[in-house]
Design a protein around this ligand. Structure first.
Ligand code: GYE
Length: 304
């Protein structure tokens, strides 16, 4: 199984992987990149890593480049869901298997990729909504929620909105009064939160699609003289170190985990695909949720 020739020469040929990443918008992404790079080294896979820098066209160019270089396997984390059919058809014509990591695409032709490895974002949104339902159980007065969404058109933004909406929709007093794209960054979260604060009085809850946006909301709330975690409750997704620290400090109230350490599972799938094996069509990662006590418990050993 091991493809590493150990410098002795003449061994099995090394499997090559072309990987196109979203960018470096969040600590989730930074941890994900490191996981992919480290795992490629330990699996003995030759990795051609390309940074998409938040532009779909950069990712399309990278994938075309991988086809030209005739890599054994292509993997990528699609910035947005739509618009991939043409370039993935080129990879398919070249008989190069494609693995989606982390984010899904929207296509009617599922033969364009072999599998999707990553989290269930709808489930994450539901967990966030369920916490809110439990938190305000028995209350009749309106709870005003603002939503700081992830990158417009991305799978995690779309699915985290859907799961959250689904969990709260039969509780009419839980009202989402505004939603806006915070681009999964701290600056974006801060900017959007400032707009919300200028527009709406008495916001009760912020649902941010990732930790960075939640941290940005904290910045905006503090600048406005409000106490995040007390005057306004904040829910986020990811559970990166920064998020868990803010949770332990009482500035965030609930954090849904999204695991970025996809590298080892990805390399297994890459080897199987390169060997012509059939892959399961969906590989979902295991995840949990965090309250303040649990954040304090895991922080000393948190890797990212
Ligand atoms: O939650 C966010 C990142 O696609 C799951 O992208 C990923 C999301 C993650 O920017 O922090």
């Amino acid at each position: 199984e091991k493809t590493d020739t150990g410098g002795q020469g003449g061994g099995t040929e090394q499997v090559s992987l072309g990987f196109s990443q979203v960018g470096s918008e969040s600590s989730w992404r930074v941890a994900n990149t490191k996981s992919v790079q480290d795992s490629a080294v330990s699996a003995g896979i030759a990795l051609d890593f390309q940074d998409g820098k938040q532009q779909q066209e950069n990712q399309i160019t990278a994938i075309r480049g991988f086809v030209q270089k005739k890599v054994d396997v292509i993997a990528f984390s699609p910035i947005v869901e739509s618009g991939w059919d043409a370039v993935l058809q080129e990879a398919k014509d070249a008989k190069i298997p494609v693995i989606l990591t982390d984010r899904a695409i929207d296509t009617t032709d599922t033969s364009l990729y072999r599998t999707l490895l990553g989290s269930d974002f709808v489930a994450e949104g539901r967990k966030a909504g369920q916490w809110l339902v439990d938190r305000y159980r028995g209350r009749q007065d309106d709870i005003k929620i603002v939503q700081i969404e992830g990158t417009t058109g991305s799978a995690p933004a779309n699915h985290r909105r859907v799961g959250f909406t689904e969990a709260i929709e039969s509780y009419p007093h839980l009202k989402v009064i505004d939603s806006k794209d915070g681009e999964f960054t701290r600056e974006g979260g801060e900017r959007v939160m400032k707009t919300f604060l200028a527009k709406h009085k008495d916001i009760d809850v912020v649902y941010a699609h990732n930790d960075e946006e939640g941290l940005g909301a904290i910045d905006a709330l503090e600048a406005a003289g409000k106490k995040p975690g007390e005057d306004v409750l904040i829910i986020t997704v990811d559970a990166s170190r920064g998020g868990l620290e803010a949770l332990a400090a009482g500035k965030l109230n609930f954090v849904v985990e999204c695991n970025p350490l996809l590298g080892p599972q990805l390399m297994d799938l890459v080897k199987k695909a390169a060997a012509g094996e059939t892959l399961p069509t969906r590989v979902v990662t295991d995840e949990t949720v965090f309250d303040q006590a649990k954040a304090k418990e895991v922080l000393p050993t948190r890797q990212y």
